[in-house]
Write a protein that binds this ligand. Structure first.
Ligand SMILES: CC(C)(COP(=O)(O)OP(=O)(O)OC[C@H]1O[C@@H](n2cnc3c(N)ncnc32)[C@H](O)[C@@H]1OP(=O)(O)O)[C@@H](O)C(=O)NCCC(=O)NCCS
Length: 182
């Protein structure tokens, strides 16, 4: 999970040339400039270079970047714990949102779940409704509230968890439940 520029995979939308393909790869030091700008635009309390540096240098920490034509458009940083992953931070450039890039990054982490590491844990600010809806759509569920977790804003934190061993209800399950609860 250390600095490595290898491409994890390449996504091409139909009719799009290789030039405009999205590439998912490991975070590297060369990304810092672009990610710091993205970070400042996305968060009230953005990560600094030190936090990205920590993710690169620390064992069991890692980062993924999605790019197009060499331009980083989003990233996700995580910690691999003994039995779970911790999603530390994730952001997509404002102009590129709602096009599935966040999902592409998160899915790459979800795809790494196995019998040993079977869940992903994430802490989200109560005011960050977009992130909560994004995570929920992926199958994360809020499991716990920490009161006044963010002391600078007196905000609560929602701990959201994705569990590989708990099936997310499908449309058929939802329809069945609707019918049964009438
Ligand atoms: C949260 C974030 C990473 C989502 O990235 P994204 O690339 O826009 O996400 P996707 O396009 O993959 O969205 C997938 C689904 O999540 C939900 N979703 C995402 N953003 C949403 C929003 N602002 N409002 C409501 N639902 C949203 C939708 O269901 C969406 O599917 P749809 O577009 O078909 O309706 C992005 O909004 C962001 O960078 N926010 C600022 C940083 C941040 O809050 N990070 C915390 C992440 S845990």
């Amino acid at each position: 999970m250390s600095e490595n520029h290898s491409v994890l995979f390449c996504v091409r939308k139909t009719n799009e040339s290789t030039e405009n393909a999205l590439r998912l790869r490991w975070l590297c030091r060369r990304d810092f400039g672009a990610l710091l700008a993205l970070e400042r635009a996305a968060f009230e309390f953005p990560w600094t270079r030190d936090e990205f540096e920590y993710c690169l240098r620390t064992r069991n920490f890692g980062g993924l970047v999605v790019e197009r034509n060499g331009e980083p458009l989003g990233y996700l940083c995580f910690e691999a714990r003994k039995r779970s992953f911790r999603l530390l931070s994730c952001a997509v450039a404002e102009s590129e949102r709602r096009q599935g890039l966040g999902t592409l990054l998160a899915r790459a982490l979800i795809d790494r779940l196995d019998e040993r590491r079977s869940k992903i844990v994430c802490v989200v600010r109560e005011r960050n409704l977009a992130a909560q809806l994004f995570l929920r759509r992926l199958g994360f569920r809020a499991v716990w509230v920490a009161r006044d977790y963010y002391f600078k804003t007196n905000e609560d934190a929602y701990r959201m968890t994705y569990r590989a061993d708990v099936a997310v209800p499908t449309e058929i399950d939802r329809t069945r439940r609707r019918l049964l609860s009438r």
